[in-house]
Write a protein that binds this ligand. Sequence first.
Ligand SMILES: [Zn+2]
Length: 271
Amino acid sequence: MCLQCDSRRGFLRLALGGAAAAFAAPMARAAQIQFASDRVELPLIMLDPGHGGHDPGAIAPDGVFEKNITLASALELRRALERTGRYRVAMTRTTDVFIPLDDRVSDAMAQNAALFLSMHCDHLPEADLRGASVFTLSNDASDTLAASIAQDENGGAAIGNPMAGASPQVADILASLETRATKIGSQTLAVDLQTSFKGIVPLLPDPKRAANFAVLRDPSTPAALLEMGCLTNPLDETRLRSAGQRWKLAQRITLAINSYFDNDALRRVAG
Ligand SMILES: [Zn+2]
């Protein structure tokens, strides 16, 4: 994991326009199919290319910057997703600029994103380790390395804010429901990504990881942080620098996102 992948506070967002709306909101948002004046709005996928500007992210032994690979990969993925005709796609950055983590999250929240995918490259202590992995948000880190990274990067900042205008009891219930639905969505996305990669995109031996990362903390948007490979491994670095390989990766991520929304439609039909 690149050490620059996370920092600072998260957010807590819930619209309190009515209890019924708030209860129904999470899964409906996951599908993002909104009927208004007979118009179907496509779900919005927010892509988050890690780092940028003065923050290069991880640096490969030969000097390649993570920030350039994440941006090239996200632009390729945007093209792949848009070609399906199933989604709208937004990006937290489209050029080599620095965007604070808080702004990346608030951007997704403001645009009511249906999914948030943060894209990064690993930087691991052992050069022979290679492959992609997927992080989801958890207070309990999946391994020691993930825990130490989250601790370093978060700096002990608190998560969330009180919801103005609601009693503490109501706020707790609504936050709990929305967070639970979001967590299910995030874990579903992580599984879909790993399934889509299997046998085609190299995976770390234990590719499903979890930690408390600020960029994943929007409680209303299913989110995952994808480590596309290890810049510390020569084979992975070659793969990540290859336009053809990035195209292949984008195809597999697109299939995973298609699967996510197909499964979500089945979940909603099943009630
Ligand atoms: Zn990173």
